[in-house]
Ligand binder design. Structure first.
Ligand code: KMH
Ligand code: ZN
Length: 274
């Protein structure tokens, strides 16, 4: 098995300061959280931008500020969201891709998302994939429902995305696929040989699915976007605390944790320019 890539999903678009007082919001706070997560073992940071009042935004200038701070503080792979919040327009959502990050997320299909709909019609995801291809941005396919894999593979057949492919299975969002190991195992069986994958277990599913992924040879995402608790009813102190737990479990299970440069190699990304 390869070394383990840990992604820290630092902020997300949905969680509020009322729910998680330690949520990073400003570019400086997100930069600080990225550095701490890196020191705890994260090699990718998945980022959603927020306005000063805490509301989610896809504003390219705020993403640019976050990208500058994060990449000047630590060597992690910076991975902005093109998912945004459910109410962002397609145009808003694509703004962070204009910054040519090493990676960006991409969902190739729509699903229920709590009381809302996470809308990803074909014209949106084809446009997003083309934009990423033109700019050398590697997509991480965010899979909330199984059909999203089929649509991603169609992009590959049409030459819009080139392997090696990387998937993130997001399991346990209310309204989409549940957080069972059976679902994870089905999704892993549905992607092509040679593709890499990560799991994001939502809420209470975070740690059990992470443990399954470590044992199965996959990779793991944790962080406040997915889960705000350390134990049931006990809020986590930081994103780094959640990352450190995964690094600890990985050690127990015999998986070494990848550095950002090792993660680049595993994912087939170009080496970092120094
Ligand atoms: N906030 C969700 C509606 C992504 O980052 O690509 C979508 C999301 C996926 O978080
Ligand atoms: Zn996200």
């Amino acid at each position: 098995m390869s070394k383990l890539i840990i992604t820290a999903a630092l902020t997300g678009a949905e969680v509020s300061r009322q729910q998680q007082p330690n949520l990073p919001i400003t570019p400086e706070e997100i930069g600080q959280a990225a550095q701490e997560a890196y020191e705890a073992g994260a090699s990718i940071v998945h980022v959603h931008a927020r306005q000063a009042d805490g509301s989610p935004t896809q504003d390219r200038t705020i993403y640019a500020e976050i990208q500058n701070i994060v990449t000047s503080k630590c060597p992690v792979i910076f991975q902005p969201s093109t998912g945004g919040a459910t109410w962002h327009t397609a145009e808003e959502r694509l703004q962070p891709v204009e910054l040519n990050p090493e990676m960006a997320t991409l969902s190739t299909g729509s699903c229920n998302f709590g009381e809302d709909i996470f809308s990803n019609p074909q014209d949106f995801y084809v446009k997003a994939a083309r934009m990423m291809q033109e700019r050398g941005v590697k997509p991480e396919f965010e899979v909330f429902e199984a059909g999203m894999i089929d649509n991603a593979l169609r992009l590959v057949r049409d030459g819009v995305v080139k392997p090696p492919l990387h998937f993130n299975f997001v399991l346990g969002v209310p309204g989409a696929m549940g957080g069972s190991v059976r679902n994870l195992s089905f999704l892993v069986d549905s992607i092509p040989q040679g593709a890499t994958w990560t799991v994001s277990g939502i809420g209470r599913h975070e740690t059990p699915l992470a443990m399954a992924a470590i044992a199965m040879g996959g990779h793991v995402r944790v962080g406040f976007e997915d889960n705000i608790y350390f134990y049931k009813g006990e809020l986590a102190m930081s994103n780094a605390q959640l990352v450190a737990r995964i690094a600890r479990i990985a050690k127990e299970l015999g998986r070494e944790v990848a550095t950002p440069d090792e993660a680049r190699e595993i994912l087939g990304l170009p080496a970092r320019k120094t």
